[in-house]
Design a protein around this ligand. Structure first.
Ligand SMILES: Nc1ncnc2c1ncn2[C@@H]1O[C@H](COP(=O)(O)OP(=O)(O)OP(=O)(O)O)[C@@H](O)[C@H]1O
Length: 341
């Protein structure tokens, strides 16, 4: 069997006494786009820095193309890293920024010109080459950072929250651009983000990290549709944790066992006619309308539940205080057994 391009085997990492990444095992095939998704402080950047060789591991093994690189210094690992702040040299032109690694490697000037022009063309920054980084937009600077890593022929690119400094529209464009560059140039990507939409829209596979441990790994659809833990259910998408009484009302066929809890995604609750056989009466407390969709915070007995509906379903008379009727989509309840502590 061919070894994975990038392999992690029970990797544990920490700083001094503190362990922040526990037993992470992961294998990336050639050309895959994998995201590490998790909340702030869960160890995402630490994991990336260890793969690049900037942080030593406490245990486990890191391999590139089947070769054990766990103890190799960063310069001997064939990985590129693209940072959130781009880390470009401010006084150098875009051309010189991209050419930097080739110059250090002693490549000839003619070769450098040809290679920089080729990669700049693919990255869509050919006309920016004479400028300084400060004269570029955030999105353009990020393209320069990617081109600079790729020009060395690097097969594995590590992205450390590369889009978080960009505004929402540019972020969306850059998500597509990075995937296009990847398809065109064929590199393998490990992409760190705390943004679930980014991970869901870009990745072949997502690894959800919580407290330095892998909570779940799978495709976007698997993780969204079949979250295996309450954490994943709430971190990916929006969900309500139901109290037993609400769970019983919304899911009459559901019989929770001791120690189990039920969770339902906000978009798996719907507004129905009072005559609907499953209708449960609730009261609208607040309505957050953003055009494409609306979040309705509803009072159901002792509980508040959020319901997300399509914007076009918001009638003019839907106002706080109004009685409304909820039902849950079939199979929408996610049941978890609380871990024994
Ligand atoms: N150089 C360091 N020395 C000591 N502790 C550190 C160091 N760098 C990170 N940590 C700690 O390790 C934990 C994980 O940090 P890390 O930066 O990997 O998380 P992260 O998931 O990337 O977070 P964020 O999304 O906020 O960047 C945190 O508790 C952090 O305080």
């Amino acid at each position: 069997m061919t070894p994975p391009l990038l392999g992690l085997e029970q990797v544990t990492i920490g700083y001094g006494e503190l362990t922040v990444v526990h037993d992470v095992t992961l294998a990336l095939r050639q050309g895959e786009f994998v995201s590490i998704l998790g909340p702030s402080g869960c160890g995402k950047s630490t994991l990336l820095r260890a793969i690049a060789g900037f942080v030593p591991v406490k245990g486990g093994q890191i391999s590139l193309n089947g070769e054990d690189v766990t103890r190799q210094p960063p310069e001997d690992r064939d990985v590129g890293i693209v940072f959130q702040n781009y880390a470009l040299f401010p006084t150098m032109s875009v051309f010189e920024n991209i050419a930097f690694g080739l110059r250090v490697a002693g490549t000839g000037s003619r070769d450098i010109r040809a290679k920089v022009a080729a990669i700049a063309e693919v990255a869509g920054i050919l006309d920016q080459l004479p400028k300084r980084p400060a004269e570029l937009s955030g999105g353009q600077q990020q393209r320069v950072a990617i081109a600079r890593s790729l020009i060395m022929g690097t097969k594995v690119l590590l992205f450390d929250e590369p889009l978080s400094n960009l505004d929402a529209k540019v972020r969306q464009t850059m998500r597509r651009e990075i995937r296009r560059l990847q398809a065109e140039l064929g590199f393998t990507a490990l992409f760190v983000t705390h943004d679930q939409d980014e991970a869901l829209s870009m990745s072949d596979r997502i690894v959800v990290l919580n407290g330095g441990r892998v909570e779940q790994a799978g495709t976007a659809r698997e993780i969204y549709r079949s979250p295996q833990t309450a954490f994943v259910c709430h971190f990916i998408g929006a969900a309500n944790a139901l109290l037993p009484a609400s769970a019983a009302r919304l899911f009459p066929k559901l019989h929770l066992q001791t120690g189990e809890s039920a969770h339902v995604r906000c978009e798996d609750l719907k507004l129905v006619d009072p005559a609907h056989p499953d209708a449960v009466e609730a009261r609208l407390e607040t309505l957050d309308f953003t055009g494409r969709e609306a979040t309705l915070t509803c009072r159901l007995g002792e509980e508040r539940l959020d319901v997300i509906i399509a914007g076009h379903l918001v009638d003019d008379d839907l106002e706080p205080g109004k009685a409304l009727y909820l039902a849950a989509r079939e199979n929408a309840a996610h049941i978890y057994r609380k871990p024994v502590s």
